[in-house]
Design a protein around this ligand. Structure first.
Ligand code: GBH
Length: 490
């Protein structure tokens, strides 16, 4: 075997976790079944004009009904782990600390967890993947009011640890707090649809709210972490952390000091915004303070102590890489609505090199070169074990309305993506980086948030027209199975 992957055989540790990740709102369906309360995403989906194909997630892939089939499918894909999220409003329909628990919701997740364990698939459970109970939005604007929100989130987490913690040993508090804050309170396309853009949205203030919402997530995450360590860890023996979104940013012109600084700022605004408080200094990066001033909240000393070190691992969601430079030239004022660190993006660098092959998704290109750099940047800056919790792609032209002809859909683009990215994981491990998991995004084509069903990220093609949301494995599922068998030491 003289393939470039041959030298990587057995490079991943024996106890390496690999599998696929999903999120409750994107797959479960059953949006109002068995006592589930509405989430902010249910409300968004039922508001005309919010989802590009006017779809809802009322049914999605119907994984609430077909979870046993999903587990069987995963088993056939050879995985040893599955990352999924819990729907807060399925467990506590009104969300608040004094609101009743919904036994039917508990039963559903208990059965899912048991089914996974019966198939030797280790559950990685995310408490929050963007679906706030609508009742908390109505009562006090949820994360905009940390004083009210934090105790509600902490109590929800407590219910989860008490109920599932005997069996679940891998917890993630928040999925991509930065994306939640920016897409929901700056761009406005995500729930709860807040933004300064008055042409599209009726409420919100992009200059302040994303930073408040990020801060609230950090404080509530840290309290949940401390609660787990103090009250649950000694009997349940699990690990707990937070998952951050982060893509590599490279200078447009690698010889320009301004562009080099812009790329560093991009990484700090996207990643260090959360990772410095949690894994580093305990405070926000200086570049953010410099641009945002008092619009960026501050931590008290006590809060810093709680936040600092509040994750057992670095949870990494990553998809692509960008070329960046300054948006507003030096000396000119940066508008208070700028929330990304004063950046302009480009698909090619100053030498005309492309950031990678196009997918079906505008922002996402195959850029494994950036992934390799990102792994080193995160490892060098934070030195904590890395769990890759999401990585994957759409494939150009895969958005076809009919089930694939023949037996399998030969998703070459996705296979090449996984070959390159998973290869970089193995290489990074041989270079000394401590990486312990890899979750592909995602198991099934699903409801891609405000993009509805137009973006297919799955290693399984789903026929959304069919009553039972029929599943068709794509060739990438078999590819990954073989690749991980090759990479994981026996
Ligand atoms: C992940 O977020 C999510 O965790 C997951 O639920 C989702 O299905 C998956 O990615 C695929 O999208 O339009 O140029 O402003 C990925 C992070 C951040 C990617 C916001 C898209 C918008 C880029 N996302 N970003 S742009």
């Amino acid at each position: 075997d003289n393939s470039p992957e041959a030298g990587l055989k057995g490079s991943l540790r024996k106890d390496f976790f690999w599998g696929y990740a999903t999120a409750a709102p994107q797959i479960e369906g059953a949006w109002n079944a068995d006592g589930k309360g509405p989430s902010t995403w249910d409300i968004l989906a039922h508001t005309p004009g919010r989802v590009i194909d006017a779809s809802t997630a009322d049914d999605a892939t119907r994984s609430y009904d077909f979870f046993r089939e999903d587990v069987k499918l995963m088993k056939s894909y050879g995985v040893n782990a599955y990352r999924f999220s819990l729907s807060w409003s399925r467990i506590i329909p009104l969300g608040g600390k004094d609101d009743p628990v919904n036994e039917a919701g508990i039963k559903f997740y208990s059965e899912l967890i048991d089914e996974l364990l019966a198939h030797d698939i280790t559950p990685f459970v995310t408490l929050f993947h963007w679906d706030v109970p609508q009742a908390l939005e109505d009562r006090y604007k949820s994360m905009l009011d940390a004083e009210k929100y934090v105790p509600d989130f902490v109590r929800y987490a407590r219910v989860c640890f008490e109920t599932f913690g005997g069996k679940v040993k891998h917890w993630i508090t928040y999925n991509e707090p930065g994306v939640y804050a920016l897409a929901g309170y700056a761009g406005g396309a995500h729930a709860p649809n807040r933004s300064s853009d008055r042409e599209k949205y009726s409420e919100g203030d992009t200059s302040t709210e994303p930073w408040i919402v990020g801060h609230t997530q950090l404080l509530s995450h840290a309290q949940v972490y401390r609660m787990y360590k103090e009250e649950f860890a000694h009997t349940q023996h699990g690990t707990i952390g937070i998952t951050l979104s982060g893509n590599w940013s490279a200078p447009y012109d690698a010889t320009s000091p301004a562009d080099i600084a812009a790329a560093q700022r991009a990484l700090e605004f996207e990643i260090a915004w959360f990772a410095d408080p949690v894994h580093g200094s305990g405070d926000y990066p200086a570049s953010m303070r410099a641009q945002l001033g008092s619009r960026l909240p501050t931590f008290t000393d006590a809060e810093k102590q709680t936040v600092k070190g509040s994750s057992d691992f670095y949870g990494m969601n990553t998809y692509t890489a960008f070329f960046v430079r300054d948006k507003v030239p030096p000396g000119q004022p940066i508008p208070p609505e700028d929330h990304k660190g004063n950046l302009a993006w480009s698909d090619i660098n100053s030498e005309g090199v492309s950031r990678g092959a196009e997918s079906d998704t505008e922002w996402l290109r195959t850029s494994p070169w950036g992934f390799a750099k990102l792994l080193h940047w995160v490892w060098d800056r934070y030195r904590v074990p890395i769990y890759i919790t999401e990585n994957g792609t759409t494939a150009k032209g895969e958005h076809v309305p009919a089930p694939p002809a023949g037996d399998v859909l030969n998703d070459v683009h996705r296979i090449e993506f996984y070959r390159a990215y998973v290869g970089e994981v193995a290489k990074a491990v041989t270079e000394g980086i401590d990486i312990r998991s890899y979750f592909g995004w995602t198991l099934l084509d699903n409801w891609e948030w405000a993009k509805g069903y137009t973006d297919r990220f799955g290693v399984t093609w789903v026929d959304f027209e069919s009553e039972e949301k029929k599943r068709y494995p794509k060739r990438s599922a078999a590819f990954n199975r073989e690749f991980f068998e090759h990479l994981i030491a026996r």
